[in-house]
Design a protein around this ligand. Sequence first.
Ligand code: NAD
Length: 309
Amino acid sequence: MNSRRTIGFIGLGHMGGPMAANLVGAGHRVLGHDLMPEVLTAAAGTGVEAAGSSTQVAAAADVVITMLPAGRHVLGLYREEGLLAAARPGTLFIDCSTIDVADARSAHEAAATAGMRALDAPVSGGVVGAEAGTLTFMAGGGDAEFAEADPLLAVMGGKTVHCGGPGAGQAAKICNNMILGVSMIAVSEAFVLGESLGLSHQALFDVASTASGQCWSLNVNCPVPGPVPGSPANRGYRPGFAAPLMAKDLGLAADAARAGGVHAELGLRAAELYAAYAEGSGADHDFSGIVGTIREQSAPRTSRNGDST
Ligand code: NAD
């Protein structure tokens, strides 16, 4: 395989920008496009060649990577905006956006119908991981497509898991983030309960972080300041992983649970709580800031001198 390939990259925002820059850094020619001129200019500053349109990118690329806000953007670009039609037959389309599993499968079908090949490869690790090239990729698609994509994903990430056929990467992403959303609420409720019982944050952390309560939401992204100096709680809940993105991912998980008849009571409730938080005070906060909402809503009861009702 030709190691210096022309990579098309569409969607050069918070995630796509640094991912494309890492591909440039690894010696690839990266031809990029974004609807926002200032985003495209910033990408050009990292060595991405700015193209005038997405179809121009697809026509010249060996592989086309998309990193877009939602499924409708991916499907709109693939179909209505003519991305698939513009590419050379057999071009590999890798969609790294987080989108609905059903939309991901539609994207695979649209690609196959157009004579193209596809892989869904959403990521975890956020902007920090995108910049450092340490993202985790969760891939869905055929073995040959995965094998071709893997060296490129390895440039942008630290770990890649081939989760199964079309849509399996998206499925893994929303299942993982359902665990994350529910566990952050559980950890936050436990800290607020501890506060009402006179337990210090550090004492609860010292016990739970090494006992059966340990999890990423506690051990790494601890929602209260102090025990984990690097967590967003120590910098006024500046993201990190922004609450609106958590709300989006939980919404996708909740939709999938409803569609599949899965009794995911806590996942659905977490989706409601994060939707409300993201629309309110959490709009520009890390998702761990939900601890503040739980505390606020608890205040009338816990302020009664420990006299819980
Ligand atoms: P972003 O809004 O910063 O970037 C998306 C870019 O896509 C924008 O610059 C936008 O102009 C561009 N765009 C939209 N439609 C387009 C079109 N038709 N043609 C060309 N460009 C188009 O979003 P982001 O934070 O980079 O997130 C991208 C994806 O990654 C989302 O699906 C998100 O859920 C997922 N994700 C984000 C994070 C994170 O921490 N930001 C973490 C994991 C996954």
